[in-house]
Design a protein around this ligand. Structure first.
Ligand SMILES: *[C@@H]1O[C@H](CO)[C@@H](O)[C@H](O)[C@H]1NC(C)=O
Ligand SMILES: *[C@@H]1O[C@H](CO)[C@@H](O)[C@H](O)[C@H]1NC(C)=O
Ligand SMILES: *[C@@H]1O[C@H](CO)[C@@H](O)[C@H](O)[C@H]1NC(C)=O
Ligand SMILES: *[C@@H]1O[C@H](CO)[C@@H](O)[C@H](O)[C@H]1NC(C)=O
Ligand SMILES: *[C@@H]1O[C@H](CO)[C@@H](O)[C@H](O)[C@H]1NC(C)=O
Ligand SMILES: *[C@@H]1O[C@H](CO)[C@@H](O)[C@H](O)[C@H]1NC(C)=O
Length: 347
């Protein structure tokens, strides 16, 4: 079966039939129907790369098509590599690996992930697929910050440089009459001085709005979104075990110091919420279509109307639209099984 598909694909490319202008090519969600949490996907010619975890590892899958990530279809046309494996997983859980991401810094690829509620980075690679002959483990990773922190990502601000943005608890306790009243899982930002080290860090956003505080006040899962010179940071708000876990947006003002929270404006409410049989539609990433013309939102969702923080979360991808004034329109989460056009330029 595999060889037949390979032969068929190479025949198509030899005959020039599979080309970027064929808009009849389609796919449907979810891309992963289990273990689809905290998805991160990037297109690096000629493959899409998807990072996933089963809580104790980091796996990298590459595919030339989005449909190729789907179990069944995917097994024929995608390849998966185990990149990292925890040395001593706690049988009771609690030191889970979360949210792996792949970023290019000055020409070298780095994988960031959370473990033990800290951010870590693996040694860099010049090729996004070639990570050497052995599987990395705890001894190979470098800790990015000392304090409690998860979901680290790299955000590039034009003319300013690279920043590390993550979910933090620093200065998180608010007190009333000497009594600690709550902890605020917030977003922090710092210059990324080198791929493995940050500078001084600052609180970027706290969950102070009602829609960010359902069951537990949470800001997590930050992801940079770019359009022209404009930059936003999308993030997940509220507790993952509720259907109100949703995407909020911080808009950079385009001129002021990105380390200063006053340079960012928070959306008036969530920009992407549960609908169409998908609940808790957040912790997302963004990727660019193969021809560079479209921005796509890749997020997780659960069919459980109560929401979920578990491995039953599924991976969905859909295009982001842009208003005339250049602001992103996320629309509503698409229904599972709905037929969508593939990203522009996908072969
Ligand atoms: C586009 O792709 C579809 C599905 O693979 C195929 O049936 C169709 O012939 C293609 N059309 C063109 C113009 O290449
Ligand atoms: C999901 O991950 C678990 C390990 O946590 C594994 O046992 C299971 O097979 C995975 N499911 C799929 C569909 O990959
Ligand atoms: C990338 O290179 C530039 C120029 O040398 C440097 O200023 C910047 O710190 C580097 N970025 C990282 C993350 O190391
Ligand atoms: C925490 O509070 C201290 C004292 O006000 C301040 O200097 C520091 O920048 C704060 N850190 C963050 C991450 O907000
Ligand atoms: C952040 O920006 C505001 C408004 O410009 C300014 O008042 C404040 O001093 C800045 N804070 C820092 C730490 O630079
Ligand atoms: C959702 O929560 C309600 C109330 O706790 C419970 O009765 C129901 O079984 C839950 N549904 C699922 C799918 O877990």
């Amino acid at each position: 079966m595999k060889s037949l598909i390979t032969i068929w694909l190479s025949m198509l490319s030899i005959l020039g039939i599979a080309n970027a202008s064929n808009t009849t090519n389609t796919f449907s969600n979810p891309l992963r129907d289990q273990n689809g949490s905290d998805p991160f996907l990037v297109f690096i010619e000629p493959y899409y790369y998807l990072l996933t975890t089963t809580w104790r590892d980091v796996q990298l899958t590459r595919s030339r098509t989005l449909a190729g990530f789907k179990p069944g279809i995917g097994s024929a046309t995608s390849e998966t590599k185990l990149i990292y494996k925890m040395a001593n997983p706690n049988p009771a859980g609690g030191n889970d690996v979360w949210a792996p991401e792949l970023h290019n810094l000055n020409g070298t690829w780095y994988i960031y992930f959370s473990q033990d509620r800290k951010s870590w980075v693996l040694p860099g690679a010049s090729d996004p697929w070639d990570w050497g002959t052995r599987v990395y483990s705890d001894v190979d990773r470098t800790q990015v910050h000392q304090e409690w922190g998860i979901d680290g990502t790299v955000v590039t601000i034009p003319k300013w440089g690279e920043y590390f943005v993550w979910s933090c608890m620093t200065n998180s306790t608010s007190t009333t009459q000497g009594q600690e009243v709550e902890e605020l899982q917030s977003l922090c930002i710092s210059p990324l001085d080198t791929p493995t080290s940050i500078g001084q860090f600052y609180t970027l956003s706290q969950p102070l709005e009602t829609w960010e505080r359902v069951e537990i006040p949470v800001n997590e899962g930050p992801a940079g979104l770019y359009h022209g010179d404009r930059v936003w940071i999308a993030y997940a708000a509220s507790f993952c075990k509720t259907p109100d876990y949703s995407i909020g947006l911080l808009a950079w003002d385009g001129v002021s110091d990105p380390l200063n929270s006053t340079s960012w404006t928070k959306s008036k409410g969530p920009v992407f919420i549960s609908a169409n049989g998908n609940f808790g539609t957040a912790h997302n990433g963004f990727f660019t279509s193969p021809d560079g013309t479209e921005t796509w939102n890749i997020y997780h969702a659960t069919p459980n109307a109560n929401g979920s923080c578990g491995a039953d979360r599924q991976t969905f991808a859909q295009v982001v639209n842009w208003d005339e004034d250049g602001t992103p329109e996320f629309g509503a989460p698409v229904r599972a099984g709905e037929v969508l056009s593939v990203p522009s330029g996908e072969i």
